[in-house]
Each structure stands twice: as structure tokens, then as C-alpha cells.
Design a protein around this ligand. Structure first.
Ligand code: SF4
Length: 867
């Protein structure tokens, strides 16, 4: 096995990975001890990347109308379609919707084609859904989209304020570093989040504030700092523009009023304020809870205002730190992949247009910002966009109000999708499909949350005729007549051009300047070590505004919408620990599929009781945009009247859990980022006439149940099922051909069936009206080697039953809750001791917060109950 140093495919932490590949794409993954982002650590998703690099479901060849064609024909079709649209309707009738999954080189070429050659800025990215409010807040305050901090600040901070961030699940390696700082140095951790997530397991203080009240909290803290003499007047006068009247509005944010606005106990708000006052090395990490709001930009600026006013920025361990979701959201921001920037951190000012056009020697240049994601798809539906190219993303699932998005895709005259996966909810609308390389095959660079550029290197052969995205875009550009400007033969050529553009006529005007990398040889590019641009931004008090000063942005807490009688709940959305985006990759991993097998709606038990919902029951979540079915999880971690659902499930994965149908398309007025986190909703019980599950070696072609979820297991699939109609026709369609054993009890609505091929079990189905069901894991284990007799199998249990393992806690070592509780009851009182006893938590550490919670349960069962 040869080993290659590369970068993780998932989140913006940007962990370094050592990948070893062998025969048949077998891949071993370990953390790269020499990568500064993770120093060898990986979370569960990174650790299991080896399970996701198989070729199942891949798009191998170009297709037009579902038929395989040559690259030449496919490229010709796309180029002709684009040229026709431009000729008949103008450049703005075209749009690209791209992705933070693209490498910087892919992004650069796509942006260059759209903005410099087609002459429109209608290129937006799914990063619009993720961190565009942070971009807008940075730009307003600093004059440029510059993240103020780096991971090294974690090692210097004495206070961590985690706002709207389930860091333990969404940025686990950062979380492990924070928790190590707490354990080793006594650093304090404050979590500000309406939900009590696993990130709270090691927090000193959790503020479960009212959703959408973050501005009140940070304005209140700023008012407190001013009253306590912590505002640094000399820093403000030297380095910050403070608008007239800025302080006047802050006086109303007294402790009492702030606590009332946020629906928090005054004592807890005061404790937070005191912690911030006492810790100059304060790092405020913020993520989707801040960004995915219709006030996301203002919320970001409320945090930045605080750090500017107290001069807690540009110093070790202090600053506002936006942590990004996607592996290359930052690289996309660098090249100008958002419709609101031109290129290389330039806006659309006339001098920037002239500069970029000269640099590209391009025939035209976009003169104004293009359509942001939500507006872009509205324009597609309205018929203003005639041709749409979607690269490496799944907007039919991930955008808000996907019903509108699907109508748009269905109505668009030309939809081109380049992706590595053959069948996604989005590619079903494609007229042309172009096969792209996947992680492990493609080669280029990514930039993580701390501005660290790292190489993603290939270590697997390209399947079929799949090609790099930069190659595909360049071929289309060449076919459209711009041969010389897109004659790239190697990603290093694109990277050098990107670096040259960053430094071209920069002269210190912009922080983003990677000019020294423009001289890299191909060899040096191949060997490039991780390196950050903008080392400790703002350390010298200089910002990138015309005056060189930062800007305080006045922001006020607006009254929050009162709950409506018809929509009494506030629906929040987010991620699970072991899944990523729309699961096209993580659902390939049997291990990652175990942590949360189904999409759950999390509710406070008191709300559930009022709704007549029991833990584990199915529920219909309804918003003005649509509805979907979820399994209920009752948790005291939810505020009353709030509910939480995950973002991951697609039509391919489940008949329920379709969160994209629920979210409204309301956006932040500055950034255009959708407010995914707060949507009026109601919940009703969904009472199926029957429920059950299927275990099968291969998936049925069609699953026509009112509710289903498919879960990858080591030797096949587990399908959860529920329905309201006679299950007879469904049963026939679910079971494969083979030797059938069946038992029925019509009076109790019980059906049990097993299908064999000789000795081998092909499938087992268990349906009941309302009775108990067998242990899924035991039945699934029979797929690997069927030890059970037919009677045992139909009974759904062994004659010598093994104890129930409980929910899987540790994905790396497949350790269930039962084993951890047993170890704890047997004397293992710390996470480390649990690790010694069970191995849980000793690899990636992603499950350590869950183990901590279980240890608390064992230590104080009554207290947990009372809480
Ligand atoms: Fe990958 Fe996990 Fe690191 Fe994120 S924290 S980059 S998902 S290993």
C-alpha cells in the first residue's frame, strides 16, 4: 500500500489525512500528525472515509437524456446550449450553481468563465446557505472577508464562547482541542444555543436563549463591558470607525432587559458577562446558528462589535472566529465563487472590473453582482434563466422550499449536472450529466476555516471516463471559443494564475494575497505543505476599509415574531454527528449509518405530551411550505415550543425526514442566506396502520410505503417501514425471488417472512399492527452467516438471546450504549476508563461527549431525571 497525504473531504476544519490505498480501492485512513489543523486527530466521518470510496452509484460516463455519449458530444451539447441562450436572451440567462465541495482550481475556472467570458455574475455557491452572512459581516466590519483567528488561538484562549455551533458534532476536531484546553489549562467554555446539544457536555455555562435573540445578548454584553470600563477607547479612536449615536441605542440593553429578551435567567446572563469581562483572551466561535438566520449578518456584526470595542482581536487567543461548514467554502470565497464578489476578494467597483478584465484578457466582465442562490432558483422558475449548470451539489434537497426548486429544475430548458454520483434528487432533472472525479481521485487545493491552504491529492484511479471539474469547465469554455484562456493542462497552472490574480495590483489593499505561491513549480505545487494566508490579521490594527479602520455596525434586536396559533412551534434544523450534507457519501458507510439511523424530530417531553406523541412514535412535521414524517425523540435538551430536525435525508434515502420541504425561503437582506434555523411549524401524530422493518441483501427497486428509511448495514440494508394501506402489494414488491417462509396472524396484523437462496438469507420482513418487533441488529447479523433456524428467524430471536447492545455510541469500535453503561456501573468513572474497558472514544473522540453524558446518568440518575 502506498500512502498519500491529503485533506479530509468533509468539514471546514480541514484535517490532514494520510490515505493508504491497496487492491480494489481498499483504503486505510489515519490522521496526519504533521498537519497543523488536526495534528493527527480525526473525527468519525474522517476516520471512516475509507468506507466511502467504492464505486457504487458512481457516474462513469457523460449522458444526454439518460443515454451514454462521448465527452465530445456532451461538451458540444452544453457549449451550444449556452451559446444559444446568450445569443437569444443575453448573458444573464445563464447561471452556475456550484459548491464548497469543489477544489479551488475548479472554482477558479468556473468563476472565470462566468464572470469574465460569459459576462454575467450569475454564479453562486451552496456556501451561500452556509456562511455568506459571516462573509457579509466581515466585509461590513473589516472591509474584506477575512477570518480574524486561527486554530492556534485555541491554544491561547482562556474563554471559549460557542455561539450557534454544535461544535462537538459539526467541527469535532476543533471541539476536542477546546476540551483539551479546558482540561489542561482550566479554560472556560460557554455554549449559546437554544438546544442543549452534546457540545454542552463539557461546558461551564449553557445559555439556551430564545431563537433569534442573539443580538440582544451580544448588545447586552457590549453594554455591560462599557459600563465596566472594558471598552478600549484608545483602540477605538486609533483603529475603528464608530458611527455617531452608536452607543445611544445600547443603553437599553440592561441585564434585566437582555435576560428577558433572550428568555434566560438573569443570573446566567450575569455569569456569562462576568466570564467575558474576566477573560481578555476570549474566542467567540460562531457557526450556522448565527449565519442561517434572516438576521445573520447583523448577528455576526453584533459579535464583531464586541471584539472591536474591547480590542479583543488581532491578539493571541482573542477574536470573532467564523467556522465554516464545507471543506472548501473558504477557497470559493477566495476566487469569487459567490455571486456578490468579483474575484480574489474584489467587489464590482469599476476599477476592480477593469483590473480583472485586463488580467484575464477577457472579452467582457460582469458589471454587477449576480443572483444569490434563492433568487437564482426563483429566476429559473420564472423563466429568466434558460440554462443552468449545477456542479457537485444537490439543491433539490438542500435549498429551502425545495418544491419551488424542483419546479424550477423541471421547467428549465437546459439543466447540466456535473457530479460524481449518478443518481441524486437533483440529477434526475438533468438533461446533460457530466461525470466528475470524487475525493481521492481529484487533485488540487482547499482552504479551511483558518485560511489554511492544503493540498487534496489523488490516490485512487479515475473510474470510467470521469474527469476533474476544472477540466470539464475548461472544455466547455474552449468549445465556446475561448481556447487560449482555458488551455489548462494541470491544476498547478490554475493555482498559479489564481495566486497571481490575488497579488495583481494589490499593493496591500487586500489581505488575501498569495503572490509568493504564484512561482510554484508543478513539483513544488505537488509537495505544497499547508500554509495560511493573512498571518494574524489585524495584529497591527490595520483593516481593509478605505480609511484603514474597522467599522462598528449598529445593530438592534428586532421584536421576534410571536408564535401563530396555526404554527405554534419554531422549527430548527442542523446536522448529525456522523452524516454529511445530503448523505451521498456518508450513507455509503455502514458504520456512519448506525449513529442516527432515522431522521428524528426532537421535542421537549411536555410539548410531546400535549401533542399526544410518545418517544419513538412517528410524527408529521408541517410548515407553510410542506410536510414530512419523522420519528420522535423526546429530550429535555429542547426548549418548550421548539423542535429540531436534521438536514440530511433525501428522497432516495427516505420517504420522510425531508427537511428541505419544510424550510421557508426567507433570507437575510444583506447576505441572502436563508434563515433555516427558525421556521414556524406544527406537529401532528402520524398513526400508521402498521409498521415494521425489512432486512435485505439488496435494495428493492421501489419502496411504496408512507414512511420508509433505508440504512446501510455491513452485509445489506435495513429498511424501517410504516404505512396506512393494506401492506399486501408492498410486501410482494419488497421481497426478492427465492425460497419463501412465511407466518401470518391476521387477527393481530402480524406478518413475518424470510426469503432464502439455499442456505443464504436474502431478506427478512417483520410487520405488525402495533405489537413489538424483533431486534434489528440480531436479524441483520443473519445476513453475514445465517446461524438461526427458520423458526428462530421467523420468531425474530435466537433460542439463546444475547443482551441488547443499545444505541451505537462509538462508530469507530462499534460500541453500544449498554457496554458503556455496564463499564460505568463496573467502576469506570471517566471517559478514559471507559476507553480502557470498551475502546469507545479512543480513536476519533467524536463520541466522547456522548460517553460523558452516559457517565453523568450513572453518577446522578435522579438529578438527570429531575433536570
Ligand atoms: Fe474531516 Fe472530521 Fe476533520 Fe471535519 S473534523 S475535517 S469531518 S476529520
Amino acid at each position: 500500500m502506498g500512502s498519500v497525504r491529503t485533506t479530509c473531504a468533509y468539514c471546514g476544519v480541514g484535517c490532514g489525512i494520510v490515505a493508504e490505498s491497496g487492491v480494489g480501492r481498499e483504503t486505510r485512513i489515519r490522521g496526519d500528525k504533521n498537519h497543523p489543523a488536526n495534528l493527527g486527530r480525526l473525527c468519525s466521518k474522517g476516520t471512516q472515509l475509507g468506507e466511502t470510496v467504492g464505486l457504487e452509484g458512481r457516474l462513469h460516463f457523460p449522458e444526454i437524456g439518460g443515454r451514454r455519449v462521448s465527452w465530445d458530444k456532451a461538451i458540444g451539447r452544453v457549449a451550444r446550449g449556452f451559446a444559444d441562450a446568450i445569443a437569444q436572451h443575453g448573458a444573464d440567462s445563464l447561471a452556475f450553481y456550484v459548491s464548497g465541495q469543489l477544489l479551488t482550481e475548479d472554482y477558479y475556472v468556473a468563476n472565470k468563465l462566468m464572470k469574465g467570458f460569459i459576462g454575467s455574475a450569475n454564479i453562486d455557491t451552496n456556501s451561500r446557505l452556509c456562511m455568506s452572512s459571516a462573509v457579509a459581516a466581515h466585509t461590513r466590519a473589516f472591509g474584506e472577508d477575512v477570518v480574524a483567528c486561527s486554530y492556534a488561538d485555541i491554544d491561547a484562549a482562556s474563554l471559549f464562547v460557542l455561539v450557534g455551533s454544535n461544535t462537538a458534532w459539526c467541527h469535532p476536531v476543533i471541539y476536542q482541542r477546546i476540551i483539551a484546553a479546558r482540561a489542561e489549562r482550566g479554560a472556560k467554555v460557554v455554549v449559546i444555543d437554544p438546544r442543549r446539544t452534546e457540545t454542552c457536555a463539557d461546558a461551564d455555562l449553557h445559555l439556551p436563549l430564545r431563537p433569534g435573540s442573539d443580538i440582544a445578548l451580544f448588545n447586552g454584553l457590549l453594554a455591560h463591558c462599557r459600563a465596566a470600563g472594558l471598552v478600549d477607547e484608545s483602540y477605538l479612536s486609533a483603529h475603528v470607525e464608530v458611527p455617531d449615536g452608536f452607543w445611544d441605542g445600547l443603553d437599553e440593553y440592561t441585564l434585566v432587559r437582555t435576560a428577558a429578551l433572550c428568555d434566560l435567567a438573569e443570573v446566567h446572563v450575569a455569569a456569562f458577562f462576568e466570564l467575558f469581562a474576566a477573560n481578555p483572551a476570549a474566542l467567540t466561535l460562531f457557526s450556522q446558528g448565527i449565519n442561517q438566520s434572516i438576521r445573520g449578518t447583523d448577528q455576526g456584526n453584533a459579535i464583531i462589535n464586541l471584539h472591536l470595542a474591547t480590542a479583543r482581536i488581532g491578539k493571541p487567543g482573542a477574536g470573532p472566529f467564523s467556522i465554516t461548514g464545507q471543506p472548501n467554502a473558504m477557497g470559493g470565497r477566495e476566487v469569487g465563487g459567490l455571486a456578490t464578489t468579483l474575484a480574489a476578494h474584489r467587489d464590482f467597483a469599476p476599477e476592480n472590473q477593469a483590473e480583472v478584465q485586463r488580467f484575464w484578457s477577457s472579452p467582457s466582465i460582469a458589471a454587477k453582482p449576480g443572483l444569490k442562490a434563492v433568487d437564482l432558483f426563483r429566476a429559473v422558475r420564472d423563466g429568466r434563466i434558460k440554462a443552468l449548470w449545477i456542479m457537485a451539489t444537490n439543491p433539490a434537497v438542500s435549498l429551502p422550499d425545495v418544491t419551488l426548486v424542483r419546479e424550477a429544475l423541471a421547467a428549465c430548458p437546459l439543466v447540466v449536472v456535473s457530479d460524481c454520483i449518478a443518481d441524486t434528487d437533483t440529477s434526475r432533472f438533468a438533461h446533460v450529466k457530466l461525470p466528475a472525479l470524487a475525493w481521492g481521485e481529484k487533485d488540487g487545493t482547499v482552504t479551511n476555516s483558518e485560511r489554511m491552504i492544503s493540498r487534496q491529492r489523488s490516490f485512487l484511479p479515475s473510474p470510467g471516463e470521469a474527469r476533474p471539474d476544472w477540466w470539464i469547465v475548461s472544455q466547455v469554455a474552449q468549445k465556446m471559443g475561448w481556447r487560449d484562456s482555458f488551455a489548462y493542462g494541470h491544476p498547478a497552472e490554475i493555482f498559479r494564475e489564481h495566486a497571481r490574480l490575488s497579488t495583481y495590483r494589490n499593493e496591500g489593499k487586500r489581505c488575501f494575497d498569495i503572490g509568493p505561491l504564484a512561482a510554484l513549480s508543478n513539483r513544488a505545487y505537488d509537495d505544497l505543505e499547508p500554509q495560511a494566508w493573512g498571518e494574524r490579521p489585524f495584529a497591527n490594527g490595520r483593516y481593509f476599509t478605505p480609511s484603514g479602520k474597522a467599522r462598528m455596525i449598529p445593530v438592534a434586536q428586532r421584536p421576534l415574531e410571536p408564535a401563530l396559533e396555526r404554527w405554534p412551534l419554531t422549527l430548527n434544523t442542523g446536522r448529525y454527528r456522523d452524516h454529511w450534507h445530503t448523505m451521498t457519501r456518508t450513507a455509503l458507510s455502514p458504520r456512519l449509518s448506525q449513529h442516527r439511523r432515522e431522521p428524528l424530530v426532537e421535542l421537549h417531553p411536555a410539548d410531546a405530551a400535549e401533542l399526544g406523541l410518545a418517544d419513538g412514535a412517528l410524527a408529521r412535521v408541517i410548515t407553510p411550505q410542506g410536510e414530512s414524517i419523522y420519528r420522535t425523540l423526546l429530550t429535555l435538551g429542547q426548549r418548550r415550543s421548539d423542535a429540531f430536525v436534521p438536514i440530511h435525508w433525501t428522497d432516495l434515502q427516505s420517504g420522510g425526514g425531508r427537511t428541505g420541504r419544510l424550510a421557508r425561503a426567507a433570507v437575510d437582506p444583506v447576505s441572502g442566506q436563508p434563515g433555516f434555523k427558525q421556521c414556524p411549524a406544527r406537529i401532528e401524530p402520524f398513526a400508521p396502520d402498521w409498521h415494521g422493518f425489512l432486512v435485505a441483501r439488496s435494495l428493492p427497486d421501489r419502496i411504496a410505503a408512507a414512511y420508509f428509511t433505508r440504512i446501510r448495514m455491513r452485509h445489506g440494508w435495513l429498511l424501517e417501514l410504516a404505512g396506512t394501506r393494506d401492506p399486501g402489494p408492498l410486501v410482494a414488491s419488497l421481497l426478492p425471488k427465492g425460497e419463501l417462509l412465511e407466518s401470518r396472524d391476521p387477527a393481530r396484523g402480524v406478518l413475518r417472512a424470510a426469503v432464502y437462496d439455499g442456505e443464504q438469507l436474502l431478506a427478512a420482513l417483520y410487520l405488525t399492527r402495533n405489537g413489538p418487533l424483533p431486534d434489528r441488529d440480531w436479524v441483520t447479523s443473519q445476513l453475514s452467516s445465517c446461524q438461526a433456524s427458520p423458526i428462530e428467524l421467523l420468531a425474530g430471536r435466537s433460542a439463546r438471546p444475547a443482551p441488547d447492545r443499545g444505541a451505537i455510541v462509538c462508530s469507530c469500535f462499534d460500541v453500544g450504549e449498554r457496554a458503556i453503561l455496564d463499564a460505568a456501573n463496573g467502576g469506570a468513572k471517566t471517559i478514559e476508563a471507559i476507553g480502557v474497558a470498551t475502546c469507545a472514544g479512543t480513536n476519533c473522540g467524536s463520541c466522547r461527549p456522548a460517553i460523558a453524558e452516559l457517565l453523568k446518568k450513572v453518577a446522578k440518575p435522579e438529578a438527570m431525571e429531575a433536570a
